[in-house]
Design a protein around this ligand. Structure first.
Ligand code: DGL
Length: 278
């Protein structure tokens, strides 16, 4: 890490578990020059079926931990946490904790992109039960594209499949097909489907297999990476605080060796992790 300036620190990236690694991978590919500090709350994942209050508490703890490590900017690379906690943290907690720090989520940048992709304005959203019940995507879509129609489909089994490394197993086929069929039965005109959970890119080959032809599937990693690059261009005061050593450190609330094994598969490189307590 760049130790020349003590005000400089890595960009924090947070997820309930491994899913945020799919976002980190794309961020690192686009912006390799910065240092990153990844935190997975694996011990308490999945968040998707937890109450609003718990997801908010857990997310705030993680963000404060990353701030405590010096991060000026934290990306909440988790839709469930973005849906249930981001706005409160930005509006109520940041002014109290430190108004000079920033927390960004993944929902808004994703919705901004679907306007470019959809031809007929019928958008499907696949997400955790928490993300879908929050209607965060529907609200963002209604704000940016009032004439669009949004259909949310909860996929409660998909995160457990990924967290348990079953995303490639024959058993995954059943649940992948099931939720896609349920979504498409609601509206056969859907032409664009948002993967509204950062775990889902691991299921992408199966999702593509069962998705009707001609439907665009939109994962978030690259979108969030480009949105971060744009944010850093527009906010030099934050960018100047992001250290540039090209390193990545990994923190997990579960066992480090368990995280290392799974995360190495996600990132395609050997990973060393440290266990922390929130
Ligand atoms: N990666 C998280 C998301 O994007 C997964 C949520 C969970 O832990 O259930 O929603």
């Amino acid at each position: 890490m760049d130790a020349n300036n003590e005000n400089m620190a890595p960009i924090g990236v947070f997820d309930s578990g491994y899913g945020g690694l799919t976002v980190l991978r794309d961020i690192k590919a686009l912006l390799p020059q910065y240092d990153y500090l990844y935190l997975g709350d694996n011990a308490r994942a999945p968040y998707g079926s937890r109450s609003f209050e718990l997801v908010y508490d857990f997310t705030l703890q993680a963000v404060e931990y990353l701030f405590g490590q010096g991060c000026r900017l934290v990306i909440v690379a988790c839709n469930t946490a973005s849906a249930k906690a981001l706005r409160s943290i930005q509006q109520n907690d940041l002014p109290r904790i430190d108004p000079n720090r920033r927390v960004l989520g993944v929902i808004r940048p994703t919705v901004e992109q679907v306007g470019e992709i959809s031809r007929n304005g019928h958008i499907g959203i696949l997400g955790t039960p928490g993300t879908i019940a929050s209607e965060s995507y529907n609200m963002e879509i209604a704000k940016l594209y009032p004439h669009f129609h949004a259909y949310g489909q909860p996929c409660p089994m998909w995160v457990p499949l990924v967290e348990n490394k079953e995303y490639d197993s024959p058993g995954a086929d059943y649940f992948v097909k099931k939720y896609i069929d349920q979504l498409m039965q609601r509206c056969a005109d859907i032409d664009t489907v948002i993967l509204g959970c950062t775990h889902y890119p691991l299921l992408l080959p199966k999702i593509r297999q069962f998705m009707p032809q001609g439907v665009a599937v939109v994962p978030q990693g690259e979108i969030v990476a480009h949105s971060l690059a744009d944010y850093l261009r527009r906010h030099p005061e934050i960018e100047q605080c992001c250290s540039r050593g090209g390193s990545t450190e990994y923190l997990t609330t579960e066992s480090a060796s368990k995280f290392e094994q799974s995360a190495s598969v996600f990132m395609n490189v050997d990973i060393k992790a440290k266990r922390i307590t929130l």
